[in-house]
Design a protein around this ligand. Sequence first.
Ligand code: NAD
Ligand code: UD1
Length: 332
Amino acid sequence: MILLTGGLGYIGSHTAVELAEAGYDVVIIDNLSNSKIDVVDKLEQIIGSPVKFYKGDCQDEELLRRIFMENDITAVMHFAGYKAVGESVEKPIEYYDNNINATLALLKVMKEFGVKNFVFSSSATVYGRAKSMPIYEDFEVSAANPYGRTKLFIEEILKDVQHADNSLNIAILRYFNPIGAHKSGLIGEDPNGIPNNLMPYITKVATGKLDHLNIFGNDYDTKDGTGVRDYIHVCDLALGHVKALKKLETAPGLVIYNLGTGTGYSVLEIVNTFNEVCGNLVKYEFAPRRAGDIDVCYASPEKAEKELGFKAQHTLKDMCESSYKFEKNNLK
Ligand code: NAD
Ligand code: UD1
């Protein structure tokens, strides 16, 4: 049984589906701070069998003990955490508290129950302004905001914990930019309020909830002047977790992988592809650069391909189509 913390969220829910398809049983803990309970039903529809869910907080060690007692857990995938960069600048205490303490509580209880395998959701944000592209796992790391610093600190904590007990196997997965949704249209990214990130903003323009997209900057040193990122379909990303789990089953100690495609797309390429899919519904205007943004960011996916056998399969069109389908299905 695999425990998914934050398993009702965007990436955790898609990973639950991939794990079930690969034959793993999953159990989910989520406090619903950024997700909705109806994701449990949606997951059951997709997977075709009941999904075991505990509503509660990962910082609640008593609840964690109960979950470990009631289920034969062999690995933990830790998605739970706060993830909004801007909000982390406003509310650093909440971010350090939730992201770091939840991880510590889990590690403590895993130790009590002798659970050895742990997968952590890290981020490309830990590379800051990388010295060159593509980004390799051994590049220097840094953080520009409290959110990024929680990821960096947790990576350091995991290294210390694994150093002290080398029977632990830990995969740190540094995600690039996940977009897209499951092909059923039942689960996807559903942020509260006005989205900060590109694809959720685009889908809300396409369905008429927002008027137009502001493209932040058209004077970057890129192919068309707009920012370039490594967008990866969330179902590919989810599959990367199954591959990482299989790697942990070979007892590798602590391993770090980029999960990206290795291809950078510009904002304009994303919007143009999306418009092909939805029939030109996305109007845009150029706006000033967003503070803190970098021009280009894309992964070297080589290490994950070589050591995990992981290679992203979905195209940009798949990513746009599935994002749009989810948004249309979830018009509120
Ligand atoms: P999400 O907000 O959709 O999912 C996180 C889930 O965790 C939510 O369902 C939330 O209710 C739950 N949660 C938060 N704190 C909790 C706690 N203390 N106890 C129990 N549940 C809690 O986010 P996501 O996009 O699925 O991201 C998952 C992880 O991946 C996060 O750690 C995030 O920082 C990381 N990540 C995300 C991205 C991205 O672009 N989405 C990129 C890099 C890294
Ligand atoms: C986000 C996170 C970052 C994380 C990274 C990969 C934020 C602020 N940053 O950044 O911490 O490491 O994903 O997971 O959430 N854009 C527009 N208009 C919009 C929104 C975005 O033009 O309304 C542009 C941005 O300037 C950028 C691109 O679209 O060039 C992607 O933006 P976004 O989806 O926010 O991702 P990142 O900037 O990579």
